[in-house]
Design a protein. Structure first.
Lengths: 198, 116
């Protein structure tokens, strides 16, 4: 992990770029999503630690297209790579219906995040399946109130960014996902990032 | 050479941590939690204790489990997971070990614990 887990100002890795979709309560919600990778990465310039440092997901932004949930409180488990935070913002900026729930990403300094086996590198994020009642509450594909069509649209939106390596979710009727034990009340998005060598 | 020395030192420490009677210190954490511990519905009863064992104690358990490690249906590339009922022990890509399980506080039964 090295020092890549140092929390930073949210905008720092993309000066002038993330502001385009950063939720601003005073702004008209006409936004332009950022590109899938930083300009430096797109140009083939090696990324520095600063560009691969963790940034915190803005918490419950007004009109942001998403809401936050999960433990530890106050977004302490919602630090991610700039690409991960950018992906969430990009999908959120396209939302015209109910916001989606964003859960655990990584801890500020990275490392083990109990009781997760992963979520150490800032490139994985848990998302709640959509609910038909629009409530910002837990959801499970096996229980009443789960909105399969809305969940499929959300997964399609993540996939359409081209920034996704994999999505794990157990609803067999949803396309673009792979089943994996434990992924019933959330789907896990594994983000493609030049900061992660796999 | 340096890596070999480090490895031998770690092995030595690991061996030293196991007493003659076969016991060693546990490293890990526990939590009192509920069935849907990752995202519990409001009011769900906290009826179990979840254990997360790490380090040499988790490695001892992993090595002692006589089941073939799963390498395909795992949380990330390079991960190896051994499962025996609710007991789940994992060797991560970085070489670290984790074992997770829960025990019901109502009847002592073991339950799965942990997630990707």
């Amino acid at each position: 992990m090295g020092d890549m887990g140092r929390p930073q100002d949210f905008r720092a890795p993309y000066p002038g770029l993330l502001e385009k979709w950063m939720p601003d309560p005073d702004a008209v919600p006409a936004v332009t999503p950022p590109s899938s990778v930083s300009p430096e990465a797109a140009a083939g310039i090696p990324l520095t630690n600063d560009q691969c440092g963790f940034v915190q997901l803005p918490q419950n932004p007004s009109g942001g297209g998403y809401y936050t949930y999960g433990t530890p409180a106050h977004g302490a488990g919602q630090y991610g790579l700039p690409d991960t935070i950018g992906l969430i913002g990009r999908v959120a900026a396209q939302r015209t219906t109910q916001p989606f729930g964003v859960g655990n990403i990584s801890l500020a300094q990275g490392g083990r995040f109990k009781p997760h086996k992963t979520h150490r590198d800032g490139a994985g994020v848990d998302i709640r399946p959509m609910r038909s009642d629009g409530a910002q509450a837990p959801s499970d594909w096996r229980t009443p109130g789960y909105d399969r069509a809305a969940t499929q649209r959300l997964i399609d939106a993540f996939r359409a960014t081209g920034m996704v390596r994999d999505i794990w979710f157990n609803d067999p009727a949803v396309k673009g996902v792979r089943p994996l034990k434990g992924h019933d009340n959330h789907f896990h998005v594994d983000v493609r990032s030049p900061c992660i060598k796999r | 050479m340096h890596k070999a020395m480090t490895f031998l030192a770690l092995m030595s420490c690991s061996t030293m941590a196991i007493a003659q009677d076969g016991y060693s210190k546990l490293a890990g954490d526990m939590t009192i939690t509920s069935k849907d511990y990752s995202d519990p519905p409001a009011g769900q009863t906290k009826d179990r204790v979840g254990f997360v064992l790490v380090g040499s104690s988790a490695k001892r358990m992993y090595d002692a489990m006589r089941v073939k490690p799963e390498t395909k249906k795992v949380c990330e590339e390079g991960m190896r997971t051994k499962t025996a009922g609710p007991l789940d022990c994992t060797r991560s890509r970085d070489g670290s070990y984790t074992c997770m399980f829960a025990i019901m506080l109502t009847n002592g039964q073991s339950k799965p614990f942990g997630m990707c």
